[in-house]
Design a protein around this ligand. Structure first.
Ligand SMILES: [Fe+2]
Length: 270
């Protein structure tokens, strides 16, 4: 089974920048002969557009998509009156959304996933929890503060997703697991620049606990996004892959179709 992997497609932001990505994405999915596509969040900053794009991809390619929401997908930017929970629940109408529960794949394989959240463990210890709670440094506001309205403390959101995923991993521990998150499971994927701003903002990228969880349950692949990197590393039996399409001003190629064809990663679980 050939599975395509991509995250942080940001259809709306790339379109506004003059770089439509949907046609290139459909072409790449078809050309690479995929059996399944996994999208690790941040399809768009509007849950309605995210849903429309997921359905459009499946309809045009005939390839089933699995998906976890990203923080942008649950933002209220286009729907100021809704909470993050409202958008999160709406996104469950897409049956391939792993927030609905694990999905069996070929043989012993299973895909488990959810957005995940952050617990500040990737932030520098020079900052306090209260400083991280403000989500603002040197005039820069981390947009989740105002656009991802969960209505409960940040670290509780991480605990919620962590415990939900842990239960699912326990229930499938004798299977070969692909764990899909939007946030980061490893420090390795955080922004390495030794500057004050990112030593603070890394706090909002994920949690060390997801990586520890993956290793505890001998997960075969952990897929993530969020940080706009394309990096991969292996620890024991676990392959950790962060494979983001990103914003067009971060691309190597000018043409969306060429960039997507180069970036789309494939794992073969046969
Ligand atoms: Fe993100």
């Amino acid at each position: 089974m050939r599975i395509g992997i991509l995250s942080d497609i940001h259809v709306d932001i790339n379109l506004e920048a003059g770089s439509p990505v949907m046609d290139g994405l459909k072409s790449a999915i078809t050309a690479k002969g995929l059996d399944k596509m996994i999208i690790a969040g941040d399809m768009a900053s509007d849950y309605e557009l995210t849903l429309a794009c997921l359905h459009e991809l499946e309809d045009a390619t005939g390839v089933a998509c699995l998906f976890v929401p990203g923080n942008h997908d649950i933002w209220n930017e286009c729907h100021p009156d809704i909470t993050a929970w409202d958008a999160y629940d709406q996104l469950k109408s897409f049956t391939g959304n792993l927030a609905n529960g694990p999905r069996r794949l070929d043989g012993d394989w299973v895909a488990i996933g959810d957005i995940g959240w952050y617990d500040y463990s990737f932030g520098s210890p020079e900052f306090s929890t209260e400083e991280f709670d403000r989500m603002k440094i040197d005039g820069r506001l981390w947009q989740d503060k105002v656009k991802a309205v969960w209505g409960c403390p940040t670290i509780e959101m991480h605990r919620y997703f962590f415990e939900k995923l842990e239960k699912q991993l326990q229930a499938h521990r004798n299977r070969k697991i692909i764990l899909v998150l939007h946030v980061l499971p490893l420090q390795y994927f955080t922004v390495p620049e030794p500057n004050r701003m990112w030593s603070y903002l890394n706090a909002f990228l994920g949690s060390t606990q997801y990586g520890e969880l993956a290793l505890e349950y001998d997960v075969r692949y952990v897929l993530c996004g969020h940080v706009h990197y394309r990096k991969q590393t292996r620890i024991h039996n676990t392959e950790f892959i962060c494979n983001c399409l990103n914003y067009s001003d971060q691309w190597i190629k000018d043409d969306p179709a060429e960039e997507i064809a180069d970036v789309l990663k494939i794992i073969d679980i046969n």
